[in-house]
Design a protein around this ligand. Structure first.
Ligand SMILES: Nc1ncnc2c1ncn2[C@@H]1O[C@H](COP(=O)(O)OP(=O)(O)OC[C@H]2O[C@@H]([n+]3cccc(C(=O)O)c3)[C@H](O)[C@@H]2O)[C@@H](O)[C@H]1O
Ligand SMILES: Nc1ncnc2c1ncn2[C@@H]1O[C@H](COP(=O)(O)OP(=O)(O)OP(=O)(O)O)[C@@H](O)[C@H]1O
Ligand SMILES: [Mg+2]
Length: 256
């Protein structure tokens, strides 16, 4: 596994370098949360572009983002050797809340990644840079991200790695142990964890997703049961709209 992570690192670093160059950009911007996904992307971008060309935005929310996560995010940026800025999002969030009341908690929760996305692009535009996404293959396949929130980015360095593989890469890259050890969380409300919200562990989710990707549905059902496999297939189907461009009705046959 050591050897394969070496190769994975090399492939991703080359991808980042080539992609940023082909975009005529002078570097990248990314949100750094203190979680393992953004830590890996920060380390990889730094290796590819040099730390001075990578800006990590640490965007905590008062009362929701844990102090420990902010400390970890700072440590990640320092260890990766990238520049960073801390931008509090609570005031911006308050402004939105003032516009209209909404009793659906998820609407307010999704505002947070969307505000972070706007800030990433503001800095990217200012600096002639592009936005590095931190989505992994597990999240992308089941749609566990906010559409045009953390889903809003220009390229996906770890988008072909399942979450369980992201952990292996993190070990290989030397991401701080505390970041690797903590439970994955979107951090949208106090106490949120990915596995509780999705109702499945990443270990099982990734094993099922790998079977589905290879078309081995029967094997997946044998190993994990029909209910779990149906649940995952349903998550994939229901989130198709997040992975494709907005659909337009075709009219060319009427007009050309
Ligand atoms: N069939 C369809 N065709 C086209 N568009 C469709 C659609 N169905 C819904 N939509 C649109 O999509 C919206 C729903 O999607 P969205 O707004 O994303 O909202 P939704 O998928 O309900 O929520 C986002 C989920 O991602 C999780 N998350 C968010 C951020 C970060 C992380 C993390 O792991 O760090 C996880 C979050 O905890 C929550 O479970 C609808 O309001 C509608 O606008
Ligand atoms: N407080 C924050 N400051 C800056 N960026 C954030 C913050 N919270 C979330 N983000 C951005 O949203 C992305 C999606 O969050 P997600 O939780 O999936 O990844 P992670 O926090 O890096 O890793 P983990 O899933 O292990 O928590 C993060 O990688 C980061 O880019
Ligand atoms: Mg997180």
């Amino acid at each position: 596994m050591g050897m394969s992570m070496e190769k994975v690192e090399k492939r991703i670093v080359e991808f980042i370098r080539d992609y940023v160059r082909s975009a005529n950009a002078e570097g990248v911007v990314l949100g750094v949360s203190g979680g393992v996904d953004s830590a890996c992307v920060a380390f990889l971008c730094s290796k590819a572009l040099g730390g001075e060309n990578v800006l990590g935005l640490i965007m905590p929310e008062k009362g929701v983002t844990r102090e420990e996560d902010v400390e970890d995010a700072i440590e990640v940026c320092k260890k990766a050797g990238i520049k960073y800025k801390i931008v509090e999002i609570s005031d911006i969030l308050q402004k939105f809340k003032g516009i209209s009341s909404c009793d659906r908690d998820i609407a307010l929760a999704n505002l947070k990644p969307r505000i972070r996305m706007v800030l990433n692009y503001y800095y990217a535009n200012c600096l002639n840079r592009i936005v590095a996404g931190t989505g992994n293959k597990s999240e992308l396949m089941v749609g566990y991200f906010t559409k045009y929130g953390d889903g809003g980015c220009d390229f996906l360095p770890i988008g072909d790695l399942y979450k369980t593989e992201v952990f292996m890469l993190a070990e290989h890259l030397g991401v701080p142990e505390r970041v690797i050890k903590k439970k994955p969380s979107a951090g949208l409300w106090v106490g949120q964890t990915d596995e509780d919200e999705m109702g499945i562990s990443y270990k099982v989710l990734d094993a099922i997703l790998k079977r589905i990707e290879r078309g081995e549905i029967e094997k997946a059902i044998e190993e994990f049961g029909k209910d779990s496999v149906d649940k995952v297939r349903d998550m994939i189907a229901r989130s198709e709209h997040k992975r494709s461009l907005p659909m337009a009705v075709s009219l060319r046959d009427l007009l050309d």
